[in-house]
Ligand binder design. Sequence first.
Ligand code: CAA
Length: 300
Amino acid sequence: MHLEKIGVLGCGLMGAGIAQTAARAGFPTIVREIDRELLDKGIDRIFAFIDKGIARGKTTVIERRKVSNHLAGAIEMEDLTDCDIIIEAIPENLELKREMFRALDNMVGVDTIFASNTSSLKIADIACASKRKDKFIGTHFFNPVPLMKLVEVVRTEDTSDETFDAVMDFILAIDKVGVACVDTTGFVVNRLLTPYLLDAIRAFEAGIASVEDIDNAVTLGLGYPMGPLTLIDFIGLDTVHHIAGIMTGEFRLSQYESPRLLRLMVEKGWYGKKSKIGFYDYSTEQPTPNDSELKKIIQE
Ligand code: CAA
């Protein structure tokens, strides 16, 4: 089976990245959002990302041209009907995802593959809403999608070899590397990443080191590209908290439980970079560590 036309559901951070990646590899790609405003915002995000890359000499106008030639936006689900694969990247809400695939099931051809970019739900729990369980798979991309090479490719017990092979070929064709995982909460990366990120918060809560020193210890001592507290700010504190909740529910292990500080920060609407405040303050051009405000929260 050869995948030619790509559909992406959702043009938020992940959906936009997936659509950009497929389009720049030359696949006709259609990305769908629920309204014109969100769609325009998502498409603008794609071209702003490329333009920044061009200005920094990391990509060229050729990528821009390829994306604009191969990418289209849509509001109607019906516009996805002739896609060979539809990759869902909508919010992490099981019922919403099920509803979307239930609706699509009756619209698209029998051969269309359904994929979910969920980072924390089980693929089988989403797939049960569709009648094509053999054509249902997980494709978990990483942020920022256009730059990160990995895709976790998640098979359920029902995913056929044909579906798996077609998706692995597609991933190779968009210049990514697929790793095969079984369908378990958090797959490989979040299973390892979540306790590590939460432990970094616990280290700060315990007064082991400052925000900046925890990050520097990891970047300089372990060679990671970014420290854990910066990474939490980038992923979004609300997202990390949400994933921790799902993983705690599944595994019942304290290592996955959200630390008190994370819970309080989320309650305050401190979501990290997207809300301009988290472990760092992003209201100025150069992010500044937020230690003194965080200590006040710890003492509350
Ligand atoms: N999330 C969102 N944006 C990110 C990001 C991340 N994790 N990491 C980097 N970026 C953004 C940067 O902010 C920058 O954007 P601006 O120009 O707007 O500042 C852009 O990507 C380029 O980043 P760099 O300037 O650092 O460029 P680089 O070429 O030196 O390195 C990189 C790029 C390879 C992506 C490097 O930054 C990196 O490795 N970052 C860590 C990425 C990471 O750990 N991703 C996994 C996140 S976890 C996840 O996605 C799974 C999940 O389910 C929660």
